[in-house]
Design a protein around this ligand. Structure first.
Ligand code: NAD
Length: 496
């Protein structure tokens, strides 16, 4: 299934064939590789090399650092089709989404190249005569990236493109479920480093490992920033450990994203928005639509239309003309079935959610997306199940819908479909959605790289990607310079 693909991406056969950790494709469950996982000592050695590289890289002018990222975008453009295909094979994304993920890598590189000339600080009015004040941003150190299986390459690129232009070194621990896309992405970055010519050795490194390798990185004081993407369970372990050594963390954790569907909404638009957000990536996006809060007057019509749309969804091999590929593994399938059983116990009426194509793929897990009519936001609804389950609940008053949108532990993405300006503005106001992302007449998923990405509450509070997210990758310094012949003190203090 991957014959020739990894070679085209610059990964030598030994790197993905000769190890002891098996790699499976979710497409049919077959083994497609075997990689070597690094020990704790390897992790520490790599962090040491990255720290050395950082000491040199921080002195390279930022626009020159941007040149490395420009070259990386160039290499990515040359290999977009192959890397996209590998994402499909290893993570099970349909071709369009595999290619989209690589495009996201290219987009963030382009953004970061521009940013390399715009790492602006401030000048600040000083209260003292003959003084000036300013704020400068300096490189931070080694950035440790921990990533999840469902965005196996884009999340690393978001972090790496920004970290490199900001003058940092990067050490990346991808999900143990997706090491091949990581090897390929690293090989492409290595090619860009070769074209660049004189970047310090060890500037951007990959370490393959499981949770233990992640923990070694989390506990190492030489890692200035741990940027970790994954479940809230993982963040609950990583956050306090990094804080205990006064390191910085940037946490991008689970979501439980809702749509409020108001009676004035354009339902054609809304049904299309629901379909992409709820079943895209087989429900395995952090921004997947998981809760539909619909006005009681249109609930039956909406349920009927979404059910009809679900019935037409093509499920199967993600490289063929299908809309829904497989779940990542058996554990994920079991998690979905457990959640549906619990939903029934809590009064839910389940439509769909059955295993599909079992005869053709006995070792892979394809499912039809589930629509579950719930009496309210019971326990199961408040929990993120990483599979295509959409809970539907009715509301009567707008304020009640807003309260339901916010009444879950997670705070990543949210949206409203309405043509009522008051509702739209209220939803995005200070007293509206409490999520990091709040959209109007657009679904919860599919963000562009230009905005800051991340969420509140149990989603972890981190922001990555666009806007001023780069600041998390730098340290701020306040400078005061006295160019007078006096030494006046602030606050008018006399100390003679
Ligand atoms: P996961 O938490 O199982 O694993 C994520 C990564 O963390 C892996 O690399 C894993 O090895 C590592 N890890 C796990 N425990 C660790 C520990 N104690 N110390 C250090 N590293 C540890 O998540 P997953 O199943 O790969 O991904 C799905 C989850 O990720 C979902 O909850 C989804 O919402 C979330 N996610 C969030 C975002 C976001 O931007 N908010 C993006 C993608 C995925």
């Amino acid at each position: 299934m991957i014959d020739g693909l990894l070679e085209r991406l610059g990964v030598p056969a030994a790197a993905y064939r000769d190890g002891t950790h098996p790699v499976h494709t979710p497409i049919d469950g077959s083994q497609i590789g075997a990689v070597t996982l690094q020990s704790k000592a390897d992790v520490q050695a790599r962090i040491g090399a990255a720290q050395e590289a950082f000491l040199a890289w921080r002195n390279v002018p930022a626009p020159r650092r941007g040149e490395l990222v420009r070259l990386f975008a160039e290499v990515l453009r040359e290999h977009k089709a192959a890397l996209g295909e590998l994402v499909s094979v290893e993570a099970g994304k349909i071709t369009q989404e595999g290619l989209g993920e690589v495009q996201e890598m290219i987009d963030i590189c382009d953004f970061a190249v521009g940013l390399s000339r715009q790492l602006y600080g401030l000048t600040i009015a000083s209260e003292r005569p003959g003084h000036h004040m300013r704020e400068t941003w300096h490189p931070l150190g080694v950035v440790g990236v921990i990533s999840a299986f469902n965005f196996p390459v884009a999340v690393w690129a978001w972090n790496t493109a920004l970290a490199l232009v900001c003058g940092n070194a990067v050490v990346w621990k991808p999900s143990e479920k997706t090491p091949l896309t990581a090897l390929a992405s690293q090989a492409l970055l290595d090619e860009a480093l070769k074209r660049f010519g004189d970047a310090p050795e060890g500037l951007a490194q990959l370490l393959l490992g499981d949770r233990e390798a992640g923990e070694a990185m989390v506990d190492d004081p030489r890692v200035a920033l741990v940027s970790a993407t994954g479940s809230t369970r993982m963040g609950r372990e990583v956050g306090p450990r990094v804080a205990a050594r006064f390191g910085r963390s940037l946490l991008e954790l689970g979501g439980n994203n809702a749509m409020i569907l108001a009676p004035s909404a354009d339902l054609d638009l809304a049904v299309r928005g629901i379909l992409f957000a709820a079943v895209g990536t087989a429900g395995q996006r952090c921004t997947t639509l998981r809760r539909l809060i619909v006005h009681r007057s249109i609930k039956d019509e909406v349920v009927a239309r979404v059910k009809a749309a679900y019935a037409k969804v093509r499920i199967g091999d993600p490289r063929e003309n299908n809309l829904v590929g497989p779940l990542i593994d058996q554990q994920s399938f079991q998690g979905m079935q457990d959640a549906l059983a619990r939903a029934r116990d809590e009064g839910g009426q389940v439509h769909g959610g059955e295993r599909q194509l079992q005869g053709q793929y006995p070792n892979a897990y394809y499912v039809s997306p589930a629509l579950v009519e719930m009496p309210g936001q019971t326990g199961v609804v408040r929990h993120e199940t990483f599979a295509p389950i959409l809970y539907v609940m009715a509301y009567d008053e707008f304020e009640q819908a807003l309260a339901m949108n916010n009444d879950v532990p997670q705070g990543l993405s949210s949206c409203i479909f309405t043509t009522d300006l008051r509702e739209a503005e209220r939803f995005q106001s200070a007293a509206g959605s409490d999520c990091g992302i709040a959209n109007v007449n657009i679904g919860t998923s599919g963000a562009e790289i230009g905005g800051a990405f991340g969420g509140e509450k149990e989603t972890g509070g981190g922001r990555e990607s666009g806007s001023d997210a780069w600041r998390a990758y730098m340290r701020r310094q306040t400078n005061t310079v006295n160019y007078s012949r006096e030494l006046p003190l602030a606050q008018g203090i006399v100390f003679d």
